[in-house]
Design a protein around this ligand. Structure first.
Ligand code: NAP
Ligand code: MG
Length: 474
Protein backbone atom coordinates (compact mmCIF):
# COMPACT_ATOMS: atom_id res chain seq x y z
CA UNK A 1 0.00 0.00 0.00
CA UNK A 2 1.46 3.34 -1.00
CA UNK A 3 1.94 5.67 1.95
CA UNK A 4 2.15 8.81 -0.16
CA UNK A 5 -0.14 10.03 -2.89
CA UNK A 6 1.24 12.14 -5.72
CA UNK A 7 -0.38 13.90 -8.62
CA UNK A 8 0.84 12.50 -11.94
CA UNK A 9 3.93 14.38 -13.17
CA UNK A 10 4.71 13.07 -16.63
CA UNK A 11 7.65 14.37 -18.62
CA UNK A 12 6.67 15.87 -21.97
CA UNK A 13 7.30 13.72 -25.03
CA UNK A 14 7.46 16.79 -27.26
CA UNK A 15 11.21 17.05 -26.89
CA UNK A 16 11.52 13.89 -29.03
CA UNK A 17 11.03 14.20 -32.76
CA UNK A 18 9.88 10.62 -33.36
CA UNK A 19 9.93 9.58 -37.01
CA UNK A 20 7.62 6.88 -38.34
CA UNK A 21 10.48 4.93 -39.88
CA UNK A 22 14.24 4.67 -39.41
CA UNK A 23 17.00 3.43 -41.69
CA UNK A 24 20.46 2.04 -41.03
CA UNK A 25 23.38 4.38 -40.42
CA UNK A 26 26.13 3.45 -42.85
CA UNK A 27 29.05 5.59 -43.98
CA UNK A 28 27.61 8.71 -42.37
CA UNK A 29 24.18 8.42 -43.97
CA UNK A 30 20.81 6.93 -43.18
CA UNK A 31 20.05 4.25 -45.76
CA UNK A 32 17.33 1.68 -46.24
CA UNK A 33 17.85 -1.88 -45.09
CA UNK A 34 17.37 -4.83 -47.43
CA UNK A 35 15.46 -6.92 -44.88
CA UNK A 36 11.86 -6.68 -43.71
CA UNK A 37 11.48 -3.68 -41.37
CA UNK A 38 10.41 -4.40 -37.78
CA UNK A 39 8.43 -2.41 -35.25
CA UNK A 40 9.70 -1.16 -31.93
CA UNK A 41 7.09 -0.60 -29.24
CA UNK A 42 6.76 1.36 -26.05
CA UNK A 43 6.57 -1.46 -23.47
CA UNK A 44 4.55 0.71 -21.09
CA UNK A 45 1.67 1.08 -23.56
CA UNK A 46 2.34 -1.45 -26.35
CA UNK A 47 2.07 1.47 -28.79
CA UNK A 48 4.24 1.14 -31.91
CA UNK A 49 6.86 3.88 -31.81
CA UNK A 50 8.43 3.40 -35.24
CA UNK A 51 9.38 0.98 -37.99
CA UNK A 52 13.06 0.20 -38.11
CA UNK A 53 15.15 -1.21 -40.96
CA UNK A 54 16.56 -4.71 -40.85
CA UNK A 55 20.15 -5.09 -41.99
CA UNK A 56 20.82 -8.28 -43.94
CA UNK A 57 24.31 -9.75 -44.24
CA UNK A 58 24.79 -7.68 -47.42
CA UNK A 59 23.94 -4.51 -45.51
CA UNK A 60 26.29 -5.56 -42.72
CA UNK A 61 28.97 -6.10 -45.36
CA UNK A 62 28.48 -2.54 -46.65
CA UNK A 63 28.75 -1.22 -43.11
CA UNK A 64 31.95 -3.19 -42.46
CA UNK A 65 33.44 -1.93 -45.75
CA UNK A 66 32.59 1.65 -44.77
CA UNK A 67 34.21 1.09 -41.38
CA UNK A 68 37.30 -0.44 -43.02
CA UNK A 69 37.70 2.53 -45.33
CA UNK A 70 37.21 4.98 -42.48
CA UNK A 71 39.74 3.12 -40.37
CA UNK A 72 42.54 4.38 -42.61
CA UNK A 73 41.53 7.98 -41.99
CA UNK A 74 40.57 7.67 -38.33
CA UNK A 75 43.56 5.67 -37.13
CA UNK A 76 45.92 8.07 -38.90
CA UNK A 77 44.60 11.08 -36.97
CA UNK A 78 46.69 12.19 -34.01
CA UNK A 79 45.08 11.12 -30.73
CA UNK A 80 44.53 14.77 -29.84
CA UNK A 81 42.34 15.16 -32.96
CA UNK A 82 40.30 12.05 -32.19
CA UNK A 83 39.85 13.42 -28.69
CA UNK A 84 38.27 16.60 -30.07
CA UNK A 85 35.56 14.56 -31.80
CA UNK A 86 34.90 12.53 -28.67
CA UNK A 87 34.71 15.64 -26.49
CA UNK A 88 32.32 17.13 -29.03
CA UNK A 89 30.12 14.03 -28.97
CA UNK A 90 30.14 14.10 -25.15
CA UNK A 91 29.05 17.73 -25.09
CA UNK A 92 26.27 17.18 -27.63
CA UNK A 93 25.03 14.23 -25.54
CA UNK A 94 24.81 16.60 -22.58
CA UNK A 95 23.04 19.25 -24.65
CA UNK A 96 20.54 16.72 -25.99
CA UNK A 97 20.31 14.72 -22.76
CA UNK A 98 16.61 15.38 -22.22
CA UNK A 99 15.72 14.23 -25.71
CA UNK A 100 17.85 11.10 -25.32
CA UNK A 101 16.45 10.32 -21.86
CA UNK A 102 12.82 10.62 -22.94
CA UNK A 103 13.45 8.48 -26.03
CA UNK A 104 15.27 5.88 -23.92
CA UNK A 105 12.34 5.68 -21.48
CA UNK A 106 9.83 5.45 -24.34
CA UNK A 107 11.61 2.64 -26.15
CA UNK A 108 12.88 0.74 -23.12
CA UNK A 109 10.29 1.30 -20.36
CA UNK A 110 12.75 2.48 -17.71
CA UNK A 111 11.72 5.34 -15.40
CA UNK A 112 12.69 8.81 -16.60
CA UNK A 113 14.26 9.38 -13.18
CA UNK A 114 16.79 6.71 -14.09
CA UNK A 115 17.35 7.53 -17.76
CA UNK A 116 17.70 11.22 -16.86
CA UNK A 117 19.74 10.92 -13.66
CA UNK A 118 21.72 7.72 -14.23
CA UNK A 119 21.95 6.57 -17.85
CA UNK A 120 22.53 9.90 -19.57
CA UNK A 121 25.09 11.33 -17.11
CA UNK A 122 26.97 8.00 -17.33
CA UNK A 123 26.83 7.99 -21.12
CA UNK A 124 28.32 11.50 -21.34
CA UNK A 125 30.88 10.64 -18.66
CA UNK A 126 32.10 7.66 -20.68
CA UNK A 127 32.72 9.79 -23.74
CA UNK A 128 34.48 12.46 -21.68
CA UNK A 129 36.58 9.85 -19.92
CA UNK A 130 37.77 8.06 -23.08
CA UNK A 131 38.24 11.36 -24.94
CA UNK A 132 40.81 12.07 -22.26
CA UNK A 133 42.72 8.87 -23.06
CA UNK A 134 42.85 9.32 -26.84
CA UNK A 135 46.11 11.31 -26.84
CA UNK A 136 47.63 9.49 -23.84
CA UNK A 137 47.56 5.89 -25.06
CA UNK A 138 51.33 5.57 -24.77
CA UNK A 139 50.92 5.90 -21.00
CA UNK A 140 48.30 3.17 -20.80
CA UNK A 141 50.90 0.46 -21.33
CA UNK A 142 48.98 -1.53 -23.94
CA UNK A 143 50.75 -0.18 -27.03
CA UNK A 144 49.23 2.39 -29.37
CA UNK A 145 48.09 0.23 -32.28
CA UNK A 146 44.33 0.02 -32.86
CA UNK A 147 42.82 -3.28 -33.99
CA UNK A 148 40.77 -2.13 -36.97
CA UNK A 149 37.00 -2.65 -37.32
CA UNK A 150 35.12 -3.50 -34.13
CA UNK A 151 31.82 -5.41 -34.42
CA UNK A 152 29.72 -4.64 -31.35
CA UNK A 153 26.44 -6.25 -30.27
CA UNK A 154 24.52 -4.90 -27.27
CA UNK A 155 21.39 -5.74 -25.23
CA UNK A 156 18.25 -3.77 -24.40
CA UNK A 157 18.61 -3.06 -20.69
CA UNK A 158 20.87 0.01 -20.98
CA UNK A 159 20.70 0.70 -24.71
CA UNK A 160 22.60 3.98 -24.83
CA UNK A 161 24.93 3.23 -21.94
CA UNK A 162 26.01 -0.09 -23.45
CA UNK A 163 26.61 1.78 -26.71
CA UNK A 164 28.80 4.30 -24.85
CA UNK A 165 30.74 1.53 -23.11
CA UNK A 166 31.53 0.04 -26.50
CA UNK A 167 31.90 3.00 -28.84
CA UNK A 168 33.87 5.45 -26.66
CA UNK A 169 36.94 3.26 -25.95
CA UNK A 170 36.92 1.83 -29.49
CA UNK A 171 37.07 5.28 -31.08
CA UNK A 172 39.55 6.66 -28.56
CA UNK A 173 41.98 3.89 -29.51
CA UNK A 174 41.60 4.59 -33.24
CA UNK A 175 39.22 1.78 -34.24
CA UNK A 176 36.03 2.17 -36.25
CA UNK A 177 32.79 0.41 -35.35
CA UNK A 178 29.76 -1.43 -36.65
CA UNK A 179 27.25 -1.64 -33.81
CA UNK A 180 24.03 -3.62 -33.57
CA UNK A 181 21.56 -2.46 -30.91
CA UNK A 182 18.90 -4.81 -29.52
CA UNK A 183 15.76 -5.34 -31.56
CA UNK A 184 13.46 -3.93 -28.84
CA UNK A 185 15.53 -0.77 -28.21
CA UNK A 186 17.10 0.56 -31.40
CA UNK A 187 15.97 4.19 -31.24
CA UNK A 188 18.56 5.90 -29.04
CA UNK A 189 21.38 4.28 -31.04
CA UNK A 190 19.86 5.88 -34.15
CA UNK A 191 19.63 9.23 -32.38
CA UNK A 192 23.27 8.75 -31.45
CA UNK A 193 23.98 8.30 -35.17
CA UNK A 194 22.45 11.73 -35.71
CA UNK A 195 24.75 13.08 -32.99
CA UNK A 196 27.76 11.62 -34.84
CA UNK A 197 26.65 13.60 -37.91
CA UNK A 198 26.16 16.72 -35.83
CA UNK A 199 29.69 16.27 -34.46
CA UNK A 200 30.92 15.91 -38.07
CA UNK A 201 32.57 12.61 -37.25
CA UNK A 202 34.19 11.35 -40.48
CA UNK A 203 31.75 9.05 -42.37
CA UNK A 204 32.11 5.34 -41.64
CA UNK A 205 33.78 5.74 -38.23
CA UNK A 206 30.49 4.75 -36.56
CA UNK A 207 27.94 2.57 -38.34
CA UNK A 208 24.68 1.38 -36.78
CA UNK A 209 22.97 -1.72 -38.18
CA UNK A 210 19.58 -2.58 -36.74
CA UNK A 211 17.80 -5.92 -36.84
CA UNK A 212 17.27 -9.10 -34.85
CA UNK A 213 19.74 -11.74 -33.72
CA UNK A 214 20.58 -12.67 -37.32
CA UNK A 215 21.95 -9.20 -37.95
CA UNK A 216 24.10 -9.58 -34.83
CA UNK A 217 25.31 -12.96 -36.06
CA UNK A 218 26.27 -11.39 -39.42
CA UNK A 219 28.32 -8.71 -37.65
CA UNK A 220 30.11 -11.28 -35.50
CA UNK A 221 30.84 -13.65 -38.40
CA UNK A 222 32.00 -10.99 -40.89
CA UNK A 223 35.55 -11.92 -41.97
CA UNK A 224 36.76 -8.31 -42.08
CA UNK A 225 35.84 -7.57 -38.46
CA UNK A 226 38.95 -7.55 -36.23
CA UNK A 227 37.35 -7.35 -32.82
CA UNK A 228 34.03 -8.55 -31.43
CA UNK A 229 32.54 -7.01 -28.31
CA UNK A 230 29.32 -8.53 -27.01
CA UNK A 231 27.08 -7.82 -24.05
CA UNK A 232 24.09 -10.07 -23.57
CA UNK A 233 23.05 -13.50 -22.43
CA UNK A 234 25.46 -16.31 -21.61
CA UNK A 235 23.61 -18.47 -24.14
CA UNK A 236 24.28 -16.14 -27.09
CA UNK A 237 27.76 -15.45 -25.71
CA UNK A 238 28.57 -19.14 -26.10
CA UNK A 239 27.41 -19.13 -29.74
CA UNK A 240 29.57 -16.08 -30.42
CA UNK A 241 32.61 -17.61 -28.72
CA UNK A 242 32.24 -20.62 -31.02
CA UNK A 243 31.89 -18.43 -34.14
CA UNK A 244 34.96 -16.38 -33.27
CA UNK A 245 37.16 -19.29 -32.12
CA UNK A 246 40.19 -19.76 -34.36
CA UNK A 247 39.55 -16.65 -36.49
CA UNK A 248 42.14 -14.44 -34.79
CA UNK A 249 39.44 -11.91 -33.88
CA UNK A 250 39.86 -10.39 -30.46
CA UNK A 251 36.82 -11.02 -28.24
CA UNK A 252 35.28 -9.59 -25.07
CA UNK A 253 32.09 -10.99 -23.56
CA UNK A 254 29.96 -9.34 -20.88
CA UNK A 255 27.32 -11.88 -19.94
CA UNK A 256 24.78 -12.65 -17.25
CA UNK A 257 24.99 -12.56 -13.48
CA UNK A 258 23.36 -13.71 -10.25
CA UNK A 259 24.91 -11.41 -7.67
CA UNK A 260 24.76 -11.98 -3.94
CA UNK A 261 24.03 -8.98 -1.77
CA UNK A 262 25.33 -10.03 1.67
CA UNK A 263 24.09 -8.32 4.82
CA UNK A 264 25.86 -8.96 8.14
CA UNK A 265 24.17 -8.42 11.49
CA UNK A 266 26.29 -5.36 12.29
CA UNK A 267 25.25 -3.52 9.09
CA UNK A 268 23.28 -0.28 9.20
CA UNK A 269 19.85 -1.72 8.44
CA UNK A 270 18.26 1.32 6.82
CA UNK A 271 21.19 1.86 4.47
CA UNK A 272 21.28 -1.86 3.65
CA UNK A 273 17.57 -1.78 2.82
CA UNK A 274 18.15 1.11 0.40
CA UNK A 275 21.01 -0.84 -1.15
CA UNK A 276 18.95 -4.00 -1.49
CA UNK A 277 16.10 -2.07 -3.14
CA UNK A 278 18.49 -0.30 -5.48
CA UNK A 279 20.28 -3.59 -6.15
CA UNK A 280 17.24 -5.46 -7.40
CA UNK A 281 14.55 -2.95 -8.40
CA UNK A 282 16.77 -0.47 -10.27
CA UNK A 283 15.86 -0.68 -13.97
CA UNK A 284 13.11 -3.28 -13.16
CA UNK A 285 15.90 -5.69 -12.26
CA UNK A 286 17.01 -5.78 -15.90
CA UNK A 287 20.59 -5.44 -14.71
CA UNK A 288 23.31 -8.02 -15.31
CA UNK A 289 24.90 -7.17 -11.96
CA UNK A 290 21.55 -6.93 -10.07
CA UNK A 291 21.71 -8.05 -6.45
CA UNK A 292 19.20 -10.80 -7.12
CA UNK A 293 20.21 -13.05 -4.22
CA UNK A 294 19.94 -11.44 -0.80
CA UNK A 295 22.06 -13.30 1.75
CA UNK A 296 21.06 -12.11 5.21
CA UNK A 297 22.65 -13.16 8.49
CA UNK A 298 20.12 -15.29 10.33
CA UNK A 299 20.15 -13.18 13.52
CA UNK A 300 18.71 -10.13 11.74
CA UNK A 301 16.49 -11.86 9.24
CA UNK A 302 13.15 -10.86 10.78
CA UNK A 303 14.12 -7.26 11.40
CA UNK A 304 15.63 -6.80 7.96
CA UNK A 305 12.77 -8.42 6.09
CA UNK A 306 10.19 -6.32 7.94
CA UNK A 307 12.09 -3.14 7.07
CA UNK A 308 12.56 -4.30 3.48
CA UNK A 309 8.87 -5.04 2.99
CA UNK A 310 7.91 -1.65 4.44
CA UNK A 311 10.26 0.02 1.97
CA UNK A 312 9.24 -2.05 -1.06
CA UNK A 313 5.60 -1.18 -0.35
CA UNK A 314 6.42 2.48 -1.03
CA UNK A 315 7.84 1.85 -4.51
CA UNK A 316 5.77 3.43 -7.23
CA UNK A 317 5.24 1.23 -10.27
CA UNK A 318 3.84 2.78 -13.43
CA UNK A 319 4.28 5.35 -16.20
CA UNK A 320 8.02 5.47 -16.98
CA UNK A 321 7.71 9.11 -18.03
CA UNK A 322 6.31 10.11 -14.63
CA UNK A 323 9.03 11.73 -12.54
CA UNK A 324 7.78 9.95 -9.40
CA UNK A 325 7.98 6.46 -10.85
CA UNK A 326 10.47 4.07 -9.23
CA UNK A 327 9.77 0.91 -11.23
CA UNK A 328 8.84 1.12 -14.91
CA UNK A 329 7.69 -1.40 -17.51
CA UNK A 330 9.31 -4.74 -18.29
CA UNK A 331 11.05 -4.36 -21.64
CA UNK A 332 9.11 -6.91 -23.70
CA UNK A 333 6.30 -9.46 -23.62
CA UNK A 334 8.97 -12.14 -23.99
CA UNK A 335 10.91 -10.96 -20.95
CA UNK A 336 7.68 -10.68 -18.94
CA UNK A 337 6.83 -14.29 -19.81
CA UNK A 338 10.26 -15.37 -18.60
CA UNK A 339 9.89 -13.51 -15.28
CA UNK A 340 6.44 -15.04 -14.78
CA UNK A 341 7.64 -18.53 -15.60
CA UNK A 342 10.57 -18.36 -13.16
CA UNK A 343 8.37 -16.83 -10.43
CA UNK A 344 5.80 -19.59 -10.81
CA UNK A 345 8.62 -22.12 -10.53
CA UNK A 346 9.76 -20.35 -7.36
CA UNK A 347 6.36 -20.96 -5.80
CA UNK A 348 5.98 -24.52 -7.01
CA UNK A 349 9.46 -25.41 -5.74
CA UNK A 350 8.42 -24.24 -2.27
CA UNK A 351 9.63 -20.67 -1.74
CA UNK A 352 7.24 -18.11 -0.30
CA UNK A 353 6.24 -15.30 -2.65
CA UNK A 354 5.42 -11.74 -1.54
CA UNK A 355 4.57 -8.55 -3.43
CA UNK A 356 3.11 -5.32 -2.05
CA UNK A 357 -0.41 -4.42 -3.10
CA UNK A 358 0.05 -2.34 -6.24
CA UNK A 359 -2.14 -1.49 -9.16
CA UNK A 360 -0.54 -2.26 -12.48
CA UNK A 361 -1.60 -0.49 -15.67
CA UNK A 362 -3.84 -2.56 -17.94
CA UNK A 363 -1.85 -2.21 -21.12
CA UNK A 364 1.86 -2.79 -21.37
CA UNK A 365 4.23 -5.25 -19.73
CA UNK A 366 4.30 -5.07 -15.94
CA UNK A 367 5.54 -7.10 -13.02
CA UNK A 368 5.28 -6.02 -9.38
CA UNK A 369 8.34 -5.89 -7.10
CA UNK A 370 8.54 -9.41 -5.67
CA UNK A 371 10.39 -11.11 -2.82
CA UNK A 372 10.86 -14.82 -2.34
CA UNK A 373 11.71 -15.97 1.17
CA UNK A 374 12.58 -19.47 2.33
CA UNK A 375 14.66 -19.92 -0.81
CA UNK A 376 17.02 -22.89 -0.94
CA UNK A 377 20.19 -22.86 -3.02
CA UNK A 378 18.79 -25.60 -5.21
CA UNK A 379 15.71 -23.56 -6.21
CA UNK A 380 15.61 -22.39 -9.80
CA UNK A 381 15.06 -18.75 -8.73
CA UNK A 382 18.30 -18.89 -6.75
CA UNK A 383 20.25 -20.28 -9.69
CA UNK A 384 18.90 -18.82 -12.92
CA UNK A 385 19.10 -15.20 -13.90
CA UNK A 386 15.54 -13.79 -13.72
CA UNK A 387 16.47 -10.37 -15.10
CA UNK A 388 13.39 -8.84 -13.49
CA UNK A 389 12.20 -7.25 -10.21
CA UNK A 390 12.41 -10.50 -8.26
CA UNK A 391 14.58 -10.98 -5.18
CA UNK A 392 15.47 -14.34 -3.63
CA UNK A 393 16.21 -14.23 0.09
CA UNK A 394 18.56 -16.79 1.65
CA UNK A 395 20.19 -16.82 5.08
CA UNK A 396 23.63 -17.61 6.51
CA UNK A 397 25.25 -17.83 9.94
CA UNK A 398 29.00 -17.35 9.43
CA UNK A 399 31.13 -15.33 6.99
CA UNK A 400 32.51 -18.58 5.56
CA UNK A 401 28.98 -19.80 4.84
CA UNK A 402 28.14 -16.47 3.19
CA UNK A 403 31.15 -16.80 0.90
CA UNK A 404 30.30 -20.38 0.01
CA UNK A 405 26.69 -19.54 -0.81
CA UNK A 406 27.60 -16.38 -2.71
CA UNK A 407 30.08 -18.30 -4.88
CA UNK A 408 27.68 -21.18 -5.47
CA UNK A 409 26.68 -19.99 -8.93
CA UNK A 410 28.06 -20.42 -12.44
CA UNK A 411 28.18 -16.62 -12.69
CA UNK A 412 30.68 -14.18 -11.20
CA UNK A 413 29.90 -10.60 -12.12
CA UNK A 414 29.29 -8.68 -8.91
CA UNK A 415 28.54 -8.87 -5.19
CA UNK A 416 27.64 -6.56 -2.31
CA UNK A 417 28.82 -6.69 1.30
CA UNK A 418 27.14 -4.78 4.14
CA UNK A 419 29.00 -4.58 7.43
CA UNK A 420 30.51 -2.05 9.86
CA UNK A 421 33.87 -3.83 9.84
CA UNK A 422 36.43 -2.80 7.23
CA UNK A 423 38.50 -5.90 7.88
CA UNK A 424 35.52 -8.10 7.10
CA UNK A 425 34.90 -6.26 3.83
CA UNK A 426 38.47 -7.03 2.76
CA UNK A 427 38.21 -10.63 3.96
CA UNK A 428 35.03 -11.10 1.92
CA UNK A 429 36.31 -9.28 -1.17
CA UNK A 430 39.33 -11.60 -1.30
CA UNK A 431 37.10 -14.65 -1.35
CA UNK A 432 34.15 -13.63 -3.48
CA UNK A 433 34.50 -14.78 -7.09
CA UNK A 434 33.05 -11.65 -8.64
CA UNK A 435 34.40 -8.98 -10.98
CA UNK A 436 33.06 -6.15 -8.81
CA UNK A 437 32.48 -6.17 -5.05
CA UNK A 438 30.59 -3.20 -3.63
CA UNK A 439 30.96 -2.43 0.07
CA UNK A 440 28.04 -0.75 1.86
CA UNK A 441 26.65 0.36 -1.48
CA UNK A 442 25.42 -1.28 -4.69
CA UNK A 443 25.19 -0.57 -8.43
CA UNK A 444 27.73 2.22 -8.31
CA UNK A 445 29.46 2.94 -11.61
CA UNK A 446 32.18 5.22 -12.81
CA UNK A 447 33.85 5.30 -16.23
CA UNK A 448 37.25 5.13 -14.51
CA UNK A 449 36.37 1.81 -12.87
CA UNK A 450 36.68 -1.42 -14.87
CA UNK A 451 33.70 -3.78 -15.04
CA UNK A 452 33.49 -7.43 -16.09
CA UNK A 453 32.99 -10.98 -14.94
CA UNK A 454 34.46 -14.31 -13.93
CA UNK A 455 33.30 -17.75 -15.04
CA UNK A 456 30.05 -17.73 -17.07
CA UNK A 457 29.72 -13.97 -16.67
CA UNK A 458 32.29 -13.58 -19.44
CA UNK A 459 35.80 -12.20 -19.83
CA UNK A 460 37.55 -8.95 -20.60
CA UNK A 461 36.97 -5.64 -18.86
CA UNK A 462 35.09 -2.55 -19.94
CA UNK A 463 35.70 0.86 -18.42
CA UNK A 464 38.79 2.44 -16.94
CA UNK A 465 42.33 1.92 -18.07
CA UNK A 466 41.65 -1.81 -18.48
CA UNK A 467 38.91 -1.02 -21.00
CA UNK A 468 41.55 0.29 -23.44
CA UNK A 469 43.28 -3.08 -23.62
CA UNK A 470 40.32 -4.63 -25.44
CA UNK A 471 40.75 -2.17 -28.33
CA UNK A 472 44.53 -2.14 -28.76
CA UNK A 473 46.91 -4.61 -30.35
CA UNK A 474 48.78 -5.49 -27.18
P1 NAP B 1 20.68 -11.59 -25.83
O1 NAP B 1 19.45 -12.28 -26.23
O2 NAP B 1 21.94 -12.36 -25.72
O3 NAP B 1 20.86 -10.39 -26.86
C1 NAP B 1 21.94 -9.49 -26.84
C2 NAP B 1 22.18 -8.98 -28.23
O4 NAP B 1 22.62 -10.04 -29.08
C3 NAP B 1 20.95 -8.41 -28.92
O5 NAP B 1 21.32 -7.33 -29.72
C4 NAP B 1 20.49 -9.59 -29.74
O6 NAP B 1 19.65 -9.24 -30.80
C5 NAP B 1 21.80 -10.14 -30.22
N1 NAP B 1 21.77 -11.52 -30.66
C6 NAP B 1 20.84 -12.50 -30.47
N2 NAP B 1 21.23 -13.66 -31.02
C7 NAP B 1 22.44 -13.44 -31.59
C8 NAP B 1 23.37 -14.26 -32.29
N3 NAP B 1 23.14 -15.55 -32.54
N4 NAP B 1 24.53 -13.70 -32.72
C9 NAP B 1 24.81 -12.41 -32.47
N5 NAP B 1 23.97 -11.59 -31.81
C10 NAP B 1 22.80 -12.09 -31.37
O7 NAP B 1 20.52 -10.88 -24.44
P2 NAP B 1 19.31 -9.99 -23.97
O8 NAP B 1 18.22 -10.89 -23.50
O9 NAP B 1 18.99 -8.95 -24.96
O10 NAP B 1 19.97 -9.23 -22.73
C11 NAP B 1 19.92 -9.71 -21.46
C12 NAP B 1 21.21 -10.39 -21.08
O11 NAP B 1 22.31 -9.50 -21.18
C13 NAP B 1 21.19 -10.84 -19.64
O12 NAP B 1 21.65 -12.15 -19.54
C14 NAP B 1 22.17 -9.89 -18.96
O13 NAP B 1 22.76 -10.40 -17.82
C15 NAP B 1 23.13 -9.59 -20.02
N6 NAP B 1 23.84 -8.34 -19.77
C16 NAP B 1 25.14 -8.40 -19.38
C17 NAP B 1 25.82 -7.23 -19.10
C18 NAP B 1 27.25 -7.28 -18.68
O14 NAP B 1 27.92 -6.26 -18.72
N7 NAP B 1 27.77 -8.40 -18.26
C19 NAP B 1 25.19 -6.00 -19.24
C20 NAP B 1 23.86 -5.98 -19.64
C21 NAP B 1 23.19 -7.17 -19.91
P3 NAP B 1 18.05 -9.16 -30.52
O15 NAP B 1 17.85 -8.02 -29.62
O16 NAP B 1 17.44 -8.91 -31.82
O17 NAP B 1 17.67 -10.47 -29.92
MG1 MG C 1 11.06 -0.80 -27.72
Amino acid sequence: MAIFEYAPAPESRDVVDLRSSYGLFVNGEFVEGSGKPFKTVNPATEETLAEVATATSDDVDRAVQAARKAFGVWSALPGSERAKYLFRIARIIQERARELAVLESLDNGKPIRESRDFDLPQVAAHFFYYAGWADKLEYAGFGMKPLGVAGQVIPWNFPLLMLAWKVAPALACGNTVVLKPAETTPLTALLFADICRQAELPPGVVNIVTGAGETGAAVVAHPDVDKVAFTGSTEVGRIIARTVAGTGKKLTLELGGKAANIVFEDAAIDQAVEGIVNGIFFNQGHVCCAGSRLLVQESIQDELLAALKRRVATLRVGDPLDKNTDVGAVNSAEQLAKIRRLSELGESEGAERWSPACELPERGFWFPPTLFTGVAQSHTIAREEVFGPVLSVLTFRTPAEAVEKANNTPYGLSAGVWTEKGSRILWMAERLRAGVVWANTFNKFDPASPFGGYKESGFGREGGLHGLEAYLDV
